[in-house]
Design a protein around this ligand. Structure first.
Ligand SMILES: Cc1ncc(COP(=O)(O)O)c(C=O)c1O
Length: 390
């Protein structure tokens, strides 16, 4: 770990955290260690596992470089690297839930998290209750004696509801449950979950840390209380990540601050433009004063990223298809956080309690690094195509 002065700026931290060049012949970047076997000098060292690295699944200088950079950003006791953002969701849930336990999960959750809870966790004997995203301390009435984990994601997937994370943590901890948060949207640059009471912070590093739509990786960071159990489960599951992917993400971290700044500025400019357009009923971005979660966002977050949704002014699926098919710069694709802009029609049919009626199709926009004027012109093409249906 690089010895850095305290009180440095975030971009300085991103540029230098993780790898100390003195540890590897002065090279600025960490080595990419392709490893299964690690040799031991003698039997005593081998039997006692008395050396830093013992086997490829248990960590390498490459995974350590990324994990310690992320610990510096999150303020965590330890971080594991897993092969996808979805694995960063499933591994901590498996680490802390057992048969007979109860999970409280926010209803605006990333859909594959729900699929995991309703499928594999249910089969394991874990019961899940979905709760309203706007629920703060009131979540207490849903807590049961066997509630072990409260899952949060703020803002929520696709509809961007904000959660009162400190209030939820206070209640959960009083009942001995732990709080996990999917913090992919904000990254630790714009929200530091552990500082607000969260025990485990989860990231699809595929998004902003990777930043170029060419790598899948997940990161899970835990506080002191949860680190040993999380780490043990990671080792037990053998769910380690490939060194090239880990390297790509640690490389991506170096520029994440400046990329996020650009995503934020462009997304806000475009979101504000969208608010004034005929054909758009509303804009779902918590960094806009018109959003119901704006006050919570302003209280707890220090920035907003490049993902938000627009609601078309009626017209159903035909209007949504006309809008999307007229776009030439925005690609139609899942994922987000990369350099290129994307659009996707949101499906909210999985919601059980947060069934907001938005009055039109919800379209999620990922604002990339292109010039905002070109993206606005593209959205104008989309809106013109919807109008042409009249
Ligand atoms: C909020 C959120 N969490 C987790 C993931 C999973 O990430 P990955 O695509 O790396 O599995 C995604 C992917 O879209 C996501 O949007």
């Amino acid at each position: 770990m690089t010895k850095l002065p305290k009180d440095i700026g975030i971009n300085t931290l991103l540029a230098h955290a993780g790898h100390d060049p003195e540890d590897y012949h002065g090279f600025v970047n960490p080595p990419v260690v392709h490893a299964s076997t690690v040799l031991f000098p003698d039997t005593e060292t081998m039997l006692g596992r008395k050396q830093r690295y013992t086997y490829g699944t248990r960590g390498t200088p490459t995974t350590d470089a990324l994990a310690s950079a992320v610990d510096a950003l999150e303020g965590s006791a330890g971080t594991i690297c897993v092969p996808s953002g979805l694995a960063a969701v499933t591994i901590p849930l498996l680490a802390f839930l057992s048969s007979g336990d109860h999970l409280l999960c926010v209803d605006s959750v990333y859909n594959p998290t729900r699929r995991f809870a309703d499928g594999l966790l249910k089969r394991m004997g874990v019961e899940t209750t979905y709760y309203e995203p706007e629920m703060g301390a009131d979540i207490e009435r849903l807590i049961r004696p066997n509630t072990k984990v409260v899952w949060t994601e703020s803002p929520g997937s696709n509809t961007f509801e904000m959660q009162d994370i400190p209030a939820i943590c206070e209640v959960a901890h009083r009942h001995d449950a732990i709080v996990m948060m999917d913090n992919t949207w904000a990254t630790p640059l714009y929200f530091k979950p552990l500082d607000f009471g969260v025990d485990i912070s989860i990231h699809a590093a595929t998004k902003y840390p990777g930043g170029h739509s060419d790598v899948l990786l997940g990161l899970v960071s835990a506080n002191e209380r949860c680190w040993t159990q999380l780490h043990d489960t990671h080792i037990t599951m053998g769910c380690c990540s490939g060194p090239d992917d880990v390297y790509q993400v640690q490389r991506g971290l170096k520029t994440m601050g400046i990329r996020l700044d650009r995503h934020q500025k462009s997304a806000l400019e475009i979101a504000r433009w969208c608010e004034g357009q005929d054909g758009i009923a509303s804009v779902l971005n918590p960094a806009l004063p018109s959003h119901p979660g704006y006050d919570l966002w302003k209280r707890d977050f220090s920035g907003s990223s490049g993902l938000f949704s627009i609601v078309l002014d009626g017209g159903g699926q035909d209007a949504a298809a006309a809008f999307l098919d007229a776009l030439t710069i925005f690609g139609l694709g899942y994922s987000w956080g990369g350099h290129e802009s994307l659009a996707v029609l949101v499906n909210l049919s999985d919601r059980t309690v947060a069934r907001g009626d938005y009055g039109g199709s919800v379209i999620r926009l990922q604002i990339g690094l292109e010039d905002p004027a070109d993206l606005v012109a593209d959205l104008e093409r989309g809106l013109a195509a919807v109008k042409a249906l009249d």
